[in-house]
Design a protein around this ligand. Structure first.
Ligand code: FE2
Length: 375
């Protein structure tokens, strides 16, 4: 028998890293209070918790907002020379941590480190009057990290050290329910390296793969593989740029983010027409496909429950696969650099990612790139 190297082979059928769901997503931003305010007012998130000078922190301030199962954390440094500030200087506002809810954060850390993960944070027990949490962290692509969160012994607003945040103004929700998937953009020829990371270190499997022939327009090209954990609650598509006539949208991201990072966060709703109308009325800006997209839509996707006029008015896209259909729409980047954006998605049976919309969508992105002069 040849002995195996340190990295264990993934066990088909044995989920060594059970994940209950996404726990939170933390963004490092220039102004955490105003980012939280934007996500409350534009996206309908509710204030949940905060930590900062008032709670004994000296280097940073964080605001946490929530909508159904989605928790977003916005963190800013309180003075110069911090790692958080360096992250913002290099990447602009962006996602630092994708936190995953597990039953045993120390075991998740041990197992993933044993399988070759790079450590970000050794298991850390935190405690306050509301109970105890354990968190640990490993590095993934770029400066992005995964935090494992164990919170079965905790009843507080968010995490030990945070206090409930109760501002006077509380906007209504917009129907966003949970994170459907989060996409990472990685460098040239790095997609398979990160696919292997999710397979071997985290026990994920590949759901689907797209090559540059599936995903290319006249100009923009990319390749993508979708990784999923055992119970399917965590889905991470990984994109890399591909050669096209002009600059790939993934390459534009890598240039502006100065390296790999999270490209978009897809959030699910049960009522996409109402949700998108609400978001639009609150000032969220979406990518628009040309009206001709809708001319042959019924022939392409067959019968759908939604009114075509509403989809056309709002610019909502539809795609069908063997299991059903999905509706989706993409925001413009929500920060000065053309990096992070959001997707709003409603699944009606379909478990795919809207392959039939790629061409129309990428042409819309290219029109935006053209305006930015980066194509
Ligand atoms: Fe997506």
């Amino acid at each position: 028998m040849v002995s195996l190297p340190n990295i264990a082979k993934p066990h088909v059928g044995a989920d060594f890293l059970p994940i209950n769901g996404t726990d939170y997503v933390e963004l490092y931003v220039g102004n955490a209070l105003q980012s939280a305010h934007y996500f409350q007012n534009a996206f309908g998130f509710q204030p949940l918790a905060m930590a900062g000078l008032e709670t004994g922190l000296s280097d940073r301030e964080s605001y946490v907002v929530v909508q159904d199962k989605i928790r977003l954390v916005f963190t800013s440094p309180l003075h110069g020379g911090t790692p958080i500030g360096a992250h913002i200087d290099r990447h602009g506002d962006g996602v630092k941590a994708i936190a995953l809810w597990v039953d045993d954060a120390a075991k998740a850390y041990r197992d993933t480190i044993h399988r070759g993960a790079r450590s970000f944070m050794e298991p850390l027990r935190e405690e306050d009057s509301d109970g105890v949490t354990v968190r640990s962290g490993i590095c993934t692509y770029g400066d992005t990290v995964h935090i494992f969160v164990e919170r079965s012994q905790y009843n507080g607003a968010f995490l030990p050290g945070f206090v409930a945040w109760t501002p006077s103004h509380i906007p209504t929700v917009t129907g966003l329910r949970y994170i459907d998937h989060m996409v990472g953009n990685v460098g040239w020829n790095e997609m398979n390296k990160w696919v292997k990371f999710y397979q071997e270190v985290m026990g994920f499997t590949m759901l689907v793969s797209f090559d540059d022939k599936d995903i290319s327009t006249d100009y923009s090209a990319l390749m993508s593989k979708v990784m999923s954990n055992g119970n399917g609650r965590i889905k991470f598509p990984i994109n890399e740029p591909a050669e096209g006539k002009k600059k790939s949208q993934v390459e534009e991201y890598l240039d502006f983010y100065d390296g790999p990072g999270v490209q978009h966060i897809a959030v699910a709703t049960d009522h996409i027409v109402e949700t998108v109308r609400d978001l639009r009325d609150r000032g969220v800006e979406f990518l628009q496909v040309p009206p001709s997209y809708y001319d042959d839509l019924v022939e392409r996707v067959g019968h759908i429950d939604e009114e075509m006029a509403s989809l056309r008015e709002l610019g909502i896209l539809v795609d069908r696969d063997d299991e059903g259909y999905l509706l989706q729409i993409f925001t413009k980047p929500i920060m000065p650099r053309p990096t992070l954006f959001f997707e709003i998605i409603q699944r009606k049976g379909a478990r795919s990612f809207g392959k039939g919309n790629f061409k129309a969508l990428f042409e819309a992105i290219e029109r935006e790139q053209m305006l930015r002069g980066t194509l």
